[in-house]
Design a protein around this ligand. Structure first.
Ligand SMILES: NC(=O)c1ccc[n+]([C@@H]2O[C@H](COP(=O)([O-])OP(=O)(O)OC[C@H]3O[C@@H](n4cnc5c(N)ncnc54)[C@H](OP(=O)(O)O)[C@@H]3O)[C@@H](O)[C@H]2O)c1
Length: 251
């Protein structure tokens, strides 16, 4: 069965300069993976280069590539860069995302469009491009959110713009049956990164913590090994959204 090891496998990671994406890159490196460390913002360039250097130190290979993945041409350029550097692509992990927390009545058209551009459109076209470019036996993973299983207000546009990805994943996983490519989502709980805090208050952080085992937030260290598992021995999981959150939400 191809694809159960990451030795010499080319893994395109959307949003890999820091936090979860960077740790996923470093988790894959000791197995000898070749990583395309994608970043978006100019301010992320240094961290993307550091991630690539860390991957090389850990036994993998890496390039960096910048692109705004809300533009389909830039998604295509990301995969072009992977092909130019490494000649083939085996896996795609997309961690790109953006959060907003506010009542629906206060949400603007601009905020709605921005959230759906990153969380929905970029996710869709990253999956579409991966489906075109990946070798048979490949893996496609998108990071969504445990809020997809929550009954809560205030995240209408964040959770709402991540939720279509579940349907994209179901459809694509089925369409790719004949190519032995598994397609899944990972849905972390509220995760202890700078992404989480600006949307929350002290009270809401305390509530999120109290809603999972040990009164803890999810950590990137809880998620990166799960992503690696899905890229390797977890290949039989297909079309799923895996909620990894210490019991914060279940479905
Ligand atoms: N932290 C949490 O509480 C939490 C919980 C559940 C799920 N998640 C999800 O986990 C993923 C990773 O989050 P994180 O906590 O590791 O935070 P993060 O480092 O801020 O990750 C977000 C990533 O999205 C990228 N991005 C934003 N706009 C983009 C665009 N237009 N094109 C391409 N990339 C873009 C960012 O790249 P640049 O910085 O280079 O712009 C960044 O690498 C996200 O999808 C998030 O929704 C987070």
């Amino acid at each position: 069965m191809p694809g159960r090891t990451l030795q010499d496998k080319v893994v395109v990671i959307g949003g890999a300069s820091r936090n979860l994406g960077s740790l996923i890159a470093k988790e894959c490196a000791p197995d000898g993976a070749k990583i395309v460390v994608h970043y978006n913002s100019d301010s992320s360039r240094g961290k993307a280069e550091q991630t690539a250097a860390d991957v090389q130190k850990l036994g993998g290979d890496a390039i960096t590539h910048q692109g705004d993945l809300t533009k389909v041409a830039e998604v295509e350029r990301l995969f072009d860069a992977a092909m130019e550097a490494f000649g083939e692509v085996h896996c795609m992990v997309n961690t790109a995302g953006m959060v907003i927390k506010k009542p629906m009545v206060e949400t603007s058209e601009e905020e709605f469009d921005k959230m759906f551009a990153v969380n929905t459109k970029a996710a869709y076209f990253m999956m579409r491009e991966a489906a075109k470019r990946l070798q048979d036996g490949g893996k496609i993973i998108t990071i969504v959110t445990s809020l997809l299983a929550a009954y809560t207000g205030l995240y209408s546009v964040y959770a709402g713009s991540k939720s279509p990805v579940e349907h994209f994943t179901r459809a694509l996983s089925k369409e790719l049956f004949g190519r032995n490519i598994s397609v899944n989502n990972v849905a972390p709980g509220p995760m202890d990164t700078p992404f989480f805090y600006p949307a929350e208050t002290d009270d809401s952080i305390a509530y999120h913590k109290s809603s999972a085992m040990n009164g803890e937030l999810t950590k990137i260290e809880d998620i990166a090994p799960l992503v690696k598992f899905l890229l390797t021995d977890g290949w039989w999981l297909n079309g799923q959204t895996v909620f990894a959150n210490g019991g914060y939400t279940t479905r």
